[in-house]
Design a protein around this ligand. Structure first.
Ligand code: NI
Length: 188
């Protein structure tokens, strides 16, 4: 397994829609392992393929540490392949979020309490399951990544302005993190 460098804000790959996965092979299995290792190395709770530069419909998540603290259901580490949101349920809750592609920027985002998701698992078997609590939030955040949407896109123009200097720093490749990032190619 290897830790992959993470693509950061304003890289165009984060604004693209992903393509469905057609089959699982050895290469893809390794990629999924790498996604998990990259996520854990960065102390993240979710990571989507575009965040390591791959425009395919896969994300991984493990929100058990947070769920443990709040007494919510623990689902363990899960890979979601070709996920589709079937239904958003429950209350809309406002909570602070961050993103490994937008280091040091955090803000409140409204998400549904529960989500019904169809997806393929590691064996490419089709599943449909309802998730609630922290993992439901992580799923909605990561699902957005597969559509080219960042949590910043849910914020008001005013809130985005508040984060402007930090975002510029990330975009210029000047922000240092404890996990490896894809270097910015264009000198600014
Ligand atoms: Ni994210």
């Amino acid at each position: 397994m290897s830790v992959l460098p993470i693509v950061t804000y304003n890289d165009p790959v984060l604004k693209e829609k992903t393509k469905p996965v057609e089959m699982i092979d050895k290469e893809l299995e390794k990629f999924i392992d790498d996604l998990f290792e990259t996520m854990y190395n960065a102390r993240g709770v979710g990571l989507a393929a575009p965040q390591v530069g791959e425009l395919i419909s896969i994300f991984v998540a493990d929100a058990d540490l947070m769920a443990e603290e709040t007494g919510e259901p623990a689902y363990g580490p899960i890979v979601f392949i070709n996920p589709e949101i079937k239904e958003l349920k429950g209350e809309v809750i406002r909570m602070e979020e961050g993103c490994l592609s937008i280091p040091e920027v955090r803000d409140d985002v409204k998400r549904h309490e529960s989500v019904v998701l169809s997806y393929r698992d590691r064996d490419f078997d089709l599943k449909e399951q309802e998730f609630t609590g922290w993992l439901a939030r992580v799923i909605q955040h990561e699902y957005d990544h597969l559509q080219g949407i960042l949590f910043l896109d849910h914020l008001s123009a005013f809130k985005r302005r508040v984060h402007k200097s930090k975002l510029q720093k990330i975009d210029s490749g000047l922000l240092e993190t404890e996990y490896p990032l894809v270097p910015k190619t264009i000198a600014k």
